[in-house]
Design a protein around this ligand. Sequence first.
Ligand code: PMP
Length: 404
Amino acid sequence: MIATARVTDGSRYVAKRARVWLADDTGTGATPALAVIDLGPGELDWRAAPHIVAAVADALDRGETHYTARSGIAPLRHALAERIGAESGVAYDPRAEILISSGGQEGLFVAVQMLIRPGDEVLLADPGYPTYADAVRLAGGVCVPVPVDPTAGVGLTADAIAARLTPRSRLLVLVSPDNPTGTVIGRDEMAKIAALAVERDFLVLFDEIYKAFVFDGAEHVNIAAFPGMRARTVIVGSFSKEYAMTGWRVGYVAGEAHLIQPITDLKLALSICSAAPSQWAALAALTGPQDAVAAMRADLAERRAALLPALAAMGVPHGNPRGAYYAFADIRSTGLSSADCARVFLERAGVRTLPGHLFGPGGEGFLRFALAQPVPAIRDAMTRLAPIVGELKPNEPQRRGGRR
Ligand code: PMP
């Protein structure tokens, strides 16, 4: 009885959504008639570069098959400190201010557990990546959604955040480039958010997992670099997206020692250390040739050119995403809910997308398209969808779904 009660209690926080994601990426259970073009997943079809794969074989040959230091192998922490310093101008001590985590996911999870106390309020974008809210609720925190208009293309703004601050506000979760909207927060807005954090005294968990992928002249700006922000920012990053290493499970957490120390303690309790061979592979990724990243970026630019204008031509707005590899398409004019629209697209066109409600109530009326397939497949998907969208739109204006 007691065990059952505890499981039920836990499921209030995370299990329901996790089941939706695992059972079926669309959450619809639909069976498509055509061969599926899968624009649902949060990863690309690319593989890790050969020198990264070779580094694992080398590590295994050398017997790097033991626990590592709990914060991760020293050369990787040093290389990361150098990279973060070069990219954002913020210096971190690799001995005490960097933790190697099992993917960004573990990093942000342990960070949230240690940065907030029960009852603390945490501001989160709605729509947003759902793991943040799960982690906050599990830590006893109170999620304070900050509405973001996905069609505006600007993401979280200082004004929207300021309007939701209270004396209990402890933490802001910020992700740029964003999943699911692809929004990149610009330097001016980031400066305003940083000034607000200093003035109103809250911490920022900054997820920069998609930092390698910015387009159309957008710039990745790290909030830790603004005055007063090093002391109140925890950065979470990952090798998953930049180096096509999703299955290798290596990420990092960076911040001042007093913030990173407790996070490292929880990571130790959770998983001791991250997988040793994967850490050596991550080191090779960081210090080796970067051509594969450049090639991925160039390929993504072409995929964007195949997707974004085609959506716009169908009369489906997408907020001009300038980063990550997603478009969050506004399908409200079809008159369908996001779940129904995802099902119709899958059943009738064999195109799999993610319904926006999986990213929070603010995602209702939207579908996430991932640039997960090569250009010809994306073109094919758009050709299949155009007549269906054209058919849906004029018929159902009175049934506009979604809140915004
Ligand atoms: N943050 C964001 C915004 C993500 O989209 C993801 C994965 N899709 C993660 C963190 C975690 O990724 P990983 O654990 O593979 O680093």
